[in-house]
Design a protein. Structure first.
Length: 83
């Protein structure tokens, strides 16, 4: 079940990130860096975080969000919060 959850989180985060970056979801991976690879600024990252919070019923610490370098780091944070 845990694997299924992390897969769900990953697919949702990939989708939200691609939407925010204006690229196809196939261009985004766990290793994609928000700022360097996708040109997503802190405001864009907050938008993604808000979508993730609404989708998964978690609360992300606003001070942590800007420190997340990659898509995978956001996925790991959400999975850890979902327990």
């Amino acid at each position: 079940m845990a694997d299924e959850t992390s897969t769900d989180v990953l697919s949702a985060v990939l989708e939200f990130t691609a939407q925010e970056a204006g690229v196809d979801v196939s261009e985004v991976s766990e290793a994609s860096r928000f700022a360097d690879d996708l040109d997503i600024d802190s405001l864009g990252l907050l938008t993604i975080a808000t979508q993730v919070e609404e989708r998964f019923g978690v609360t992300l610490d606003d001070s942590l969000i800007p420190t997340l370098p990659t898509v995978g780091s956001l996925v790991a944070l959400v999975v850890s919060l979902k327990g």
